[in-house]
Design a protein around this ligand. Structure first.
Ligand SMILES: [Zn+2]
Length: 205
């Protein structure tokens, strides 16, 4: 099957903790490594990687082949832990010290997921990232080269808590009256001398 090469304005966001976890897994592995991850849809065309996982795997120096029984075990464990396996929409892997690209083995792995859509990410030791989104319903389509960005937006609830903290702890002092040195009292900064002004009174409002 030849995938269609369409460019989209889609953005893949990743939570900072998940990005650090990804880079740590990749950096700690001697060669290739692969895993899955949780993804949620934020709005149309925007996906957020929330977490990543690894499981038992055998990787050659140049190839990662996903062990379907290890994936099945992982999904079963998720269900028994009361988690929803339908949010597992990310397949990620590292090419170690090789360039990032989609090999025919990678394509076969992606097409092997029995999902409506799948987000895939390939990275390496040099911090290169390549993301693609494949949808399989109602037809197979691939969005290549989707940019990856660390999600730095704060949750509205956290922002509200911080706003209240600033409101209660931080008081701003505002100068009420200003008198300029040099006898110029008409409110203009003197132009013929050093611009020094003296604050006579502060307000605590
Ligand atoms: Zn690959």
């Amino acid at each position: 099957m030849i995938p269609s090469k369409t460019k989209h304005q889609t953005i893949i966001y990743i939570l900072p903790e998940a990005k650090m976890k990804l880079d740590a897994y990749v950096g700690l592995a001697k060669g290739e490594i692969s895993g899955l991850g949780k993804v949620i849809r934020l709005k149309k065309g925007t996906l957020l990687i929330q977490d990543l996982f690894i499981f038992d795997q055998k990787c050659t120096p140049s190839e990662t082949v996903l062990d379907s029984s290890a994936v099945a075990d992982f999904m079963t464990d998720m269900i028994s832990a009361g988690e929803d396996p339908s949010c597992v929409r990310l397949w990620w892997h590292s090419h170690a010290d090789m360039k990032v690209f989609w090999s025919t083995t990678d394509d076969a792995t992606i097409f092997g997921f029995n999902n409506e859509w799948m987000l895939s990410l390939v990275t390496n030791f040099f911090g290169d990232y390549l993301c693609r989104v494949d949808s399989f319903q109602p037809m197979q389509m691939t969005a290549y080269d989707v940019p990856l960005q660390v999600f730095l937006e704060m949750e509205a609830k956290t922002l509200e808590i911080l706003g209240k903290e600033v409101e209660t702890k931080v008081k701003h002092t505002v100068p009420k009256t200003k008198t300029y040195a040099g006898g110029n009292n008409n409110g203009h900064v003197p132009t013929d001398g050093v611009d020094i002004f003296e604050v006579v009174e502060y307000s605590e409002d």
